[in-house]
Ligand binder design. Sequence first.
Ligand code: FES
Ligand SMILES: [Fe+2]
Length: 463
Amino acid sequence: MTETEDESVNSAEQNAPVGGYGSPNGSMRGFLSEVQADLAQGMLSPRVLNDPELHQAELERIFATCWVFVGHVSEIPSPGDYVLRYVGEDQFILVRDEQGEIQLLLNSCMHRGTMVCRAEKGNTSHFRCPYHGWIYKNSGDWNGAPHRGKAYRKLDAASWGLRRAPHVDSYQGLIFACLDPDAISLREYLGDMCWYLDVLFGLNEQGMSVAGDPHRWVVPANWKSGADNFVGDAYHVQSLHQSLGEIGLVPGIEKGAGAHFHISLKGGHGLIANSGILPEPFGVMGYPPEVASTFDLDRFEADQRAFLEGRFGVTGFTIFPNLSFFRSVTSTEVGQPPMNFTLLRQWQPRGPAKFDLWNWSLVWNSAPKEYNQAAYNAGINAFGPSGVFEQDDTVAWSGGPSTGRSVFARQSMKFNYQMGLEGMSDYALASDWMGPGDASTTYYGDMNQRRWWHRWSEQLQSS
Ligand code: FES
Ligand SMILES: [Fe+2]
């Protein structure tokens, strides 16, 4: 190498990513095309983690058109039961009406927009607006107003009910809603994820229930950092969470990370799966005999049964856009046996630089009470406002918004998503995977994340 060439190593041109910097502040359509070109080369602009224009587009083209998780059936078991929930940044009432149907009602009075329900949860036959007293049934239908005979003699009651999500459906106890009247069905939206939801939540007829209310707190990061992490980032565990191994809460945490691999599904959904990370006596999906014996594997097809009996498990997943799952084992105290717990996690946007993190603990209805209590304790010890894993992750993600709005960062850098690309690692697709989707041979790859971001960019370009 000549001296001249050597000097060029430090030039801006030499440091530029292969795809170039593109237009970090350019029009959104042009930017999204660049995102797709960048992803093909394993790169992503930091702009995605803090941009008001992208954020507004996400509310309109992702949260108002995709199927979004709003709760678990066990949260509203009886007619009149309700909880407050969000789709994007809009607040809704998730309620079981008098007919037993689940409704998702916009929490805005049709008269002047006042919230008709201010309690986080409860049971009621009607919602009465505090402002002028309009009344709605728990189905959302308009049911009257003070002095109706004098004030609204000709009002068409059928037109003035609370706005209702056009589609609400559930699968394996998970309730989703879609605000797009022309949406595909939930089954079609979930696609092959149904196969995995069966083996995660359908291990017996009794199924799972939420344990207590979901924990909620504010994280100073972009909501997509959570979705990105849980869709495929097993690589961070050995680094960010290393201290949990060192203090004995998760013995062999490095080994655990190495037992993981990815499954990528159509639609941007993806899973972090594992293979036999626990020694005997932990059996099906990492459960001890007193719990595993309550499972009924006869209800599964041969390929699902092979998954369950093959000591495979799923550590995490993300269903596009913002629902994630975590099932793993930790000890609540050093020296105590590891306990398997199940969490649902949702990344709720609050502007481009902040999100609310919702965390539900789920327990098996068939399991001994003591086990469920211990599993709940293990779950909140690991994740939640004071969780030992959580505090690691959320601090790491909080760097996203400052990098995302940085003029210099937008001009000079792109994030690296090249792990697993040709020649980077031994990452490959398994040829004999028993289930649906593309399964990888190792976890040294960003395939799931690249595909999640690709779906995100496609969705933002949809009309
Ligand atoms: S705003 Fe609700 S009754 Fe007037
Ligand atoms: Fe983590």
